[in-house]
Design a protein around this ligand. Sequence first.
Ligand SMILES: *Cc1c(COP(=O)(O)O)cnc(C)c1O
Length: 411
Amino acid sequence: MNNEHVLPTYGRAPFEAVRGEGSYLYDAEGRRYVDFCAGIATCSLGHCHPVLVKAVAEQAATLMHCSNLYGIPGQEKLARLLVEQVIGIPGRVFFCNSGAEGNEGMIKVARRFGHRRPAADGFPRYEVITFNKSFHGRTLGTLAATGQTKVQVEFDPLLNGFKYVDFNDIEGLRAAVSPCTCGIMLEAVQGEGGVNPATPEFLRAVAELCRQKDLLLMIDEVQCGIGRCGASMGWKAVCPEVEPDLVSCAKGIGGGFPMGCFWVSNRAIDDAGTQLSSIMGPGSHGSTFGGTPLACAAGYAVVNEILTQGLVERAARMGDVVKSTVESWNLPCVEIVRGLGLLRGVGLKKGSFEVPEGQTPASHVNNLCREAGLLCCPAGPDTLRVIPALNVPEEVLAEGLAILKAVLSSL
Ligand SMILES: *Cc1c(COP(=O)(O)O)cnc(C)c1O
């Protein structure tokens, strides 16, 4: 494999992906893999789903891009679907192209909110509290928001105004809130950091704390949203009565087409009834490629298919199959199966098997799975992520799980 002109920021598996079909991926030599990685929870309909292919092909032949200087009917159509049927709380959507960009947008709204609702001494609030083991992206803002030093090494000085506390630790969070705090940002289920769901009690308490201290509740649904966790959004799979102020989405929304967005609540932020969504007026934010007719056609096709084909409920059911199947093997190397819906993490027991020099238990098992014909994805050092397409056929799910069982049994 010749990659000498590509910047080596990824430690890539030694094969070239050239073709996909449903929940199978094929390499350049024609080898077929069961795909439980799905482009890192992105190909929510599997590869080359006919509805998505048709929507993209037809829109590409009609109008691909025109800029946000003009009205784009596909944006309103998709935004309405997201507001009414996915988020379910009145608000407005900004379209962008990735998860990091969605989170950048949320951080900008929080900063502006901090200006409109300053601290008691009149100083604008700016601090956003995030969590250890979180992952929010690779831009300078979102890597500062990420509560893992590994993404920050040698990129300092970091953007000011982030503080990290332990996930699911409400007392630690309460103690961390300062007069400069304007928001709390979290993943309903931490994905990259090891598949750690928020507990319902924690999420409820965070929402209460936000109301009490006039903070924005910012939920990063980039990985856990859009049906992945067996509810329309990850936070609803954890604690449906919670009402966030800001939500970001990306990964699964485009089914592989690059797209992201953030949603801003219409809720009033002062006694005059100013809507939170109104503070981002003309000139406050933008993106040349955000919400192109092409991206919106892809996003609408994917989200509509997920909602109308019952793929949300299906993700809940198939996720239970993954969990109960892996648990039923009773293998000494499996400590626990974490997660919700089809965002699952197989927690590997430390010291229960040999790990080659330079690898983590998760990367080692991930490599063995790939060699055996199954694509998964590590999440932190000790967790193997199982994140198939939401429409993975039952027999392909069983095929992949059988490979996983053989690999784990051989350790
Ligand atoms: C992947 C991910 C991001 C970053 O998304 P990109 O599209 O890679 O910028 C942000 N937050 C979470 C929770 C993610 O899983």
